[in-house]
Design a protein around this ligand. Structure first.
Ligand code: XIL
Length: 480
């Protein structure tokens, strides 16, 4: 990478007004080059207007100079990609993937299973569980399949938790029609289609504490259960749409709270990503210079989590310039790091200076393998025998029984070679039951030899249960 020489001067050319920060950066030093140096991803959405060619050239210049990860504001959502049943439209998404490739950027896919921005035709099936399952599965199969190997990470499930209580969001068409197992299934299906993609659960208000009544506290319990059950989840995305501390009197979120979530997730080998950051002020108020500087400090505090926590790697802002921001719909303003004229704000300076001066402590330095490792992440998915038999799983009622993999004291072991299943260690007759990932029994047989022919079952992922006397073993198998 080209390194900055001592070319000091006002390079971005304009009013850098941050108090105490001399805003002069070397010409080739960008957020992106510094993010690369620190082994993190820093990014901004491509706004919907960009896809239609409606933004000035300067927008794209800034975007590709400053960022190394990208996500589409709306263009990979359900209503954009499958506006009519089984008719897919990938044009805009393809445009972004091409742009990312040309500019060497990582791609986030957003979002597969979400209650919002779902086309009307889906709601026609709201009382038909089987149909809704196949609609979601077909969507995932097509969309993830289309961008397989090109989209590096997916928000598989977005905003499934209620705002007010520690429970699932009840008015989602997926939750109402299918039940909470739509979540487990969506992860499993996505992983099946693209086993190399990193898979996230994404939500907002996760910076509001991890106590059991807070959203992140509820989520943590679910993540523990998913990990225990071998559901292929690798990351939690914290949207982090927050309001400036002094203008939101009810503000209860903080960078510290989000950091505690990161630390809890680390224990589960799950990453934390900041996926949609903006820090808005209330609409209508007069925003002063010192307000903007305080906003910059908050941007920096959230960045610190990504720099300092070994399992955090992504800092993505929901927009480039205040001129094109979804925040007005939230009754907020000026939440981004470039102003209406595409000039960097104190928040930009704050992020830049932090990236320039950050020195990782030796033992926690992120290495390429931590920040960008996409191979080691799949251990949970492959570990199909849960170890914890004693802990009371208070949320287990929300899981499909078939996916809950029970480990019982067992002398049995299971091996599969092609379509031949062998069960070893049995002293009496063995019964084998095969379930699909929704828990529906699809095959059952028994014998004393321990050798079973599964060639009549269609290709796919299944849960296989074998019982012999009081012994039982349950494993997920992939039949090819
Ligand atoms: C927003 C877009 O920015 C808007 O253009 C659109 O009208 C609504 O959605 N959480 C999410 C994002 O996961 O997809 C949302 O994006 C913002 C909140």
């Amino acid at each position: 990478m080209k390194k900055a020489h001592a070319l000091v001067g006002v390079v971005f050319g304009t009013a850098f007004f941050g108090a105490g920060i001399s805003s002069a950066f070397a010409a080739d030093e960008t957020l992106r080059s510094l993010a690369d140096k620190n082994n993190i991803y820093i990014g901004a959405i491509l706004n919907s207007q960009w896809f239609g060619g409606g933004l000035p050239g300067e927008y794209e210049q800034i975007h590709k100079q400053q960022f190394n990860i990208v996500v589409a504001e709306n263009e990979m959502k359900f209503d954009a990609t499958e506006p009519q049943e089984n008719r897919f439209n990938y044009n805009s998404g393809d445009k972004m993937v091409k742009y990312a490739k040309e500019n060497g950027m990582r791609v986030r896919g957003h979002a597969l299973a979400w209650h919002s921005q779902v086309p009307n035709w889906v709601n026609n099936y709201k009382n038909d569980k089987q149909k809704l399952l196949s609609v979601l599965k077909n969507h995932i199969k097509n969309v993830v399949g289309h961008w397989k190997g090109q989209v590096d990470e997916w928000d598989v499930v977005n905003e499934a938790i209620s705002n007010n209580e520690p429970m699932w969001r009840s008015y989602s068409v997926w939750y109402q029609g299918i039940g909470p197992e739509f979540i487990d299934s969506a992860f499993v299906w996505t992983h099946e289609v693209d086993p190399d993609a990193e898979l996230c659960y994404n939500d907002y208000n996760l910076e509001q504490g991890i106590n059991p009544n807070a959203k992140a506290g509820f989520l943590l319990e679910q993540v523990k259960r998913w990990v225990k059950n071998g559901i292929p989840i690798h990351c939690v995305g914290s949207q982090t749409h927050v309001e400036d501390t002094t203008t939101d009197k009810h503000f209860i979120g903080s960078p510290d709270s989000l950091r505690s979530l990161a630390k809890e997730l680390a224990k589960l080998n799950i990453k934390l990503k900041i996926t949609e950051l903006d820090i808005g002020f209330k609409s209508g108020i007069n925003v002063s210079q010192s307000d903007l500087e305080r906003q910059g400090q908050t941007f920096r505090q959230y960045l610190d989590i990504i720099l300092e926590e070994p399992n955090a790697d992504t800092y993505l802002i929901w927009g480039v310039s205040d001129k094109w921001s979804w925040l007005s719909g939230l009754n907020r303003q000026k939440g981004l790091i470039y102003d209406d004229n595409l000039k960097p704000k104190p928040a930009f300076d704050s992020i830049m200076v932090r990236l320039q001066t950050y020195e990782p402590p030796k033992d926690t330095a992120k290495t390429d393998s931590i920040a960008k490792d996409t191979t080691a992440k799949d251990t949970t998915a492959k570990d199909t025998t849960a170890k914890d038999t004693t802990a009371k799983d208070t949320t287990a009622r929300d899981s499909t029984d078939a996916i809950r993999l029970l480990a019982m004291p067992s002398s049995l072991s299971m091996h599969i070679a092609g379509r031949t299943l062998s069960i070893n260690g049995a002293t009496s007759r063995i019964k084998v039951d095969v379930f699909d990932m929704q828990g529906r029994p699809i095959f059952s047989t028994e014998n004393s030899s321990g050798i079973f022919d599964l060639s009549k079952i269609a290709e796919g992922l299944y849960i296989v249960q074998a019982r012999s006397g009081s012994h039982k073993i349950v494993q997920r198998v992939n039949l090819k």
